[in-house]
Design a protein around this ligand. Structure first.
Ligand SMILES: Cc1cc2nc3c(=O)[nH]c(=O)nc-3n(C[C@H](O)[C@H](O)[C@H](O)COP(=O)(O)OP(=O)(O)OC[C@H]3O[C@@H](n4cnc5c(N)ncnc54)[C@H](O)[C@@H]3O)c2cc1C
Length: 446
């Protein structure tokens, strides 16, 4: 399938009327990373300084911040104007406070090796490093680990430009609940120009992959399996009542020489490097086979500068309470016949609970059930409501940056702080300058 066909078939829900634009303005076509969404404007601002960000926001009638374009839905879209902070890439380490402050355009791929060279590290990373810190934290992007909160949980301060064009600073230390409401901001508080993150001394990680984990083993040992490393992922295609791969990332301590067991809950230790998507080349994948390496080159599945995952795909993810983890897996497995034909792979991960109002792990230890789909939106669109219906008893929270079809009325009971979030956003953006169609449909509709 070529790019044009891909756009036509996958943009339907999220891009709505934009298909017409694909046909008429192809030379200027601006899409998200996956290519399933054509943005509703060609008006993209790229200021070079924070002052210029303030001026751009002040003069705009409607505006949406854009990160590295890795969201699959229209959360970053605008029909008027977008603003990219890709030129704001300063990074400042505060050794005494054990924090780092990064500009609004900095990606984890830029930050992580730089931080590591100075002897520091972050607590966790997503599967890919090439996303902006601001964009990832805005959507509660996460890695895995029973004790690891999502990436936004180490934010200790943010600076953003509100709808008036004024700079606002909020910190964990000084602003309590207001801060907790603004961090996973979904682009609604303003344009984040600086983010300060907690850092810790650098560390090494080794990862190994096990093959062939039966769902019976997963059912009976789910807690132990997800505790078998600092960060653990289970990959399944939902067929044959088993998972193809179990990825275990171990955080190493000085002199750590603990051998990798040849078998883990019946799964066998792989003897060659594997891609989570069968048949995909492994160059893009971070080293496995237990070879120790820097945290930033093991915690993500994909290496800096390489194409993560498939490249031509769609993604969906739902977070459910850990207390119902197995029941939720079992509920989805019932749809294996409908899911199978359109799926590249599912990844199961864990996320520790947090207090960030709009976080998908707000107040609950979570299992994240992720789907990497083939670029077949018309078919995937039919399957999502079935999965959502199966998960509904568990109060699924969809990833803010991925594709979902559940109505806003389902989100309301899951996010108990939603009314306060709306009120907080209204303080910084009283006339809805930062509100787009996605936010209107999912956060303001009820
Ligand atoms: C291949 C691939 C792998 C992925 N893996 C993971 C994963 O492992 N875990 C996971 O949780 N997610 C994952 N994602 C999803 C991704 O992390 C999120 O969609 C994330 O938000 C993308 O960040 P971005 O910089 O591309 O932001 P965008 O997608 O451009 O924007 C996302 C949101 O952030 C807002 N935003 C961006 N910059 C700013 C700013 N400066 N100020 C205010 N708001 C801003 C936008 O307005 C929008 O609301 C993956 C996506 C892809 C394509």
């Amino acid at each position: 399938m070529n790019k044009r066909e891909f756009l036509k078939t996958t943009g339907a829900m999220v891009a709505g009327s934009m298909l017409q634009q694909v046909a008429h303005s192809e030379p200027q076509m601006r899409t998200n990373w996956s290519g399933n969404l054509t943005y509703g404007t060609n008006n993209l601002q790229k200021p070079g300084t924070v002052d210029q960000v303030c001026a751009a926001v002040k003069s705009a009638s409607k505006l949406r911040a854009l990160g590295s374009r890795h969201s699959f839905n229209a959360i970053a879209d605008s029909t008027h104007e977008q603003i990219s902070l890709e030129h704001l890439t300063e990074m400042t380490l505060h050794e005494s406070a054990r924090t780092v402050t990064v500009g609004g355009g900095v990606t984890y791929a830029q930050l992580a090796p730089w931080l590591d060279a100075k002897g520091y590290a972050l607590h966790n990373l997503a599967s890919l490093p090439g996303i902006t810190v601001a964009g990832a934290c805005a959507t509660a992007t996460h890695g895995s680990g029973l004790h690891n909160g999502n990436l936004a949980t180490v934010v200790s301060a943010i600076e953003f430009v509100n709808a008036n064009g004024d700079l606002v600073e909020l910190s964990r230390e000084k602003h309590g609940e207001r801060f907790l409401g603004a961090v996973v901001g979904l682009g609604s508080m303003g344009v984040v120009t600086r983010t300060t993150l907690d850092v810790q001394p650098t560390y090494k990680v080794a990862q190994s992959v096990y093959q062939g984990l039966s769902f019976d083993a997963l059912k009976h040992h789910i807690e132990e399996i997800f505790s078998s490393g600092y960060s653990v992922s289970v990959f399944t295609d939902w067929q044959h009542h088993r998972a193809e791969q179990l990825w275990v990332k171990r955080r190493l301590t000085e002199g750590d020489t603990k051998p990798w067991e040849p078998e883990l809950f019946g799964a066998r230790l792989a003897t060659e490097k594997l891609h989570p998507l069968a048949g995909h080349p492994t160059e893009a994948v971070t080293d496995q086979l237990g070879i120790p390496g820097p945290w930033y080159d093991r915690l993500p599945h994909f290496r800096i500068g390489q194409t993560p995952s498939s490249g031509q795909e769609l993604q969906t993810e739902y977070l459910v309470p850990w207390t119902h983890a197995w029941e939720a897996i079992e509920a989805v497995e019932k749809l294996h016949g409908k899911i199978g034909p359109h799926l590249f792979i599912t990844e199961l991960r864990t996320v520790a609970p947090d207090r960030l109002w709009m976080s998908t792990a707000y107040n609950r230890q979570s299992l994240a059930i992720h789907f990497t789909w083939k670029p077949e939106w018309p078919a995937v669109r039919q399957v999502l409501p079935l999965i959502e219906a199966q998960l509904r008893p568990f109060g699924p929270r969809p990833h803010w940056g991925k594709l979902f079809t559940m109505p806003a009325s389902w989100l309301e009971p899951s996010y108990t702080r939603l009314p306060q979030f709306r009120a907080l956003a209204a303080e910084y953006d009283p006339h809805g300058k930062f509100r787009n169609r996605f936010m209107q449909a999912n956060v303001y509709a009820v």
